[in-house]
Design a protein around this ligand. Sequence first.
Ligand code: SF4
Length: 451
Amino acid sequence: MSEFREECGVFAVTGHREAAQLTYLGLYAQQHRGQESCGITVPKNSQEHVTEKGLGLVGDVFDSTKLQRLEGMKAIGHVRYSTTGQNSLMNAQPLSVQVSLGPVSVAHNGNLTNANELRRQLQSQGAILTGSNDTEVILHLLSRAQESSFVSGLKKALQQIRGAFSLVFLADNEIWGVRDPHGFRPLVIGKMEKAYFLASETCAFDLIGAELIREVQPGEIVRLTAQGIDSWVFAEARPSYCVFEHVYFSRPDSVVFGRSVYQSRKLFGEELARENNTEADLVIPVPDSGVAAALGFSQASGIPFDLGIIRNHYIGRTFIQPVQAVRDFAVKVKLNPQTSVFKGKKVILIDDSLVRGTTSRKIVQMVRMAGAEEVHLKIAAPPTTGPCYYGVDTPQAAELIASHKTQDQICEFLQADSLQYLSMEGLMRAVSATERDRFCAACFDGKYPTQ
Ligand code: SF4
């Protein structure tokens, strides 16, 4: 139950008669990466792009009539959680503009660290910025590049931006993918018959039956055509893959940065078990994100696994609160601890991360109310001490409980019998035995890979 919020998800296809429908499905599979808005863009002709977008979930925004309006063999799409900019239709993506070379549409996953500086610069030169997101800054830089080809203008624009950007473009009548030199966010290439795809996560390929070809490399531009994949390097790769993609953001059935997210999460649990010194009757996950780690913990420790907390999967984004206040209603409506499992038991609860601590405190209390004799909370990640500047919506540092309380103070706040975090060494061992320096873990260790 991480209190970090997902960022965004992108998808693109070329060479398929049902490009928009496949993009719809690709976005549907990546809905967990953003629920505020979504959109799909297709080329109407070489001079014009058509976009359908709206606020809300993919299944609510699109219907068959809208999809039928999006004809053609190419499409790009986006699901958005507003990391920067307010949640408004103006900021929903893809964004489309006309530049001297023709129409350009873009969808962005990430966050530019120098966007404010670039916005000020552009505005001082007379640029009109319509939304409050940093993606339109990229389009302005592209337009001003005034190069004779799209790829040379794109390179020029990319060399001015900093931070996290996995981008898909519809431009020059082709599909393009870009990943920043650090590769903070994932971006993968897939293939199905003669069609090529780009997606944030491989779970999108699984749904449509496409095969994973490879990742777009950090610092690489790719162009997908009927003939295959063309590639350019616009900057030297300095990998800093976001470790939180494995801790929480990505779907467990995705392969991210070349690794199964499910296997990473199980290994987080195994590493936790190796560092464990608590005796207990049961290991119980906080669903859903704690399940794989709890399984790994149980298998490594020999302490039996059980599903003591049942999650209601049918909750929309809003619900009518009861008139008479029900204590901890927002957590109770999602999670229900089973008295038959907890009664008289010493339990280890496993969660993916601990951010503010307020939700975990309520869960610990609910488990006690359900009859648990002892509640030991174990977190399948190190203490979260700093915010993210690379495309993840995080609370301010002051709201992160581990930024101002010791582990004992946090345990006291949570009213747990004990609290254990996964060590940094355990986390990094689990995501990569040999390439630890290729991951960003700045929200845990404060070592930000950029200024
Ligand atoms: Fe990921 Fe944390 Fe680094 Fe942000 S700071 S990119 S959430 S590991």
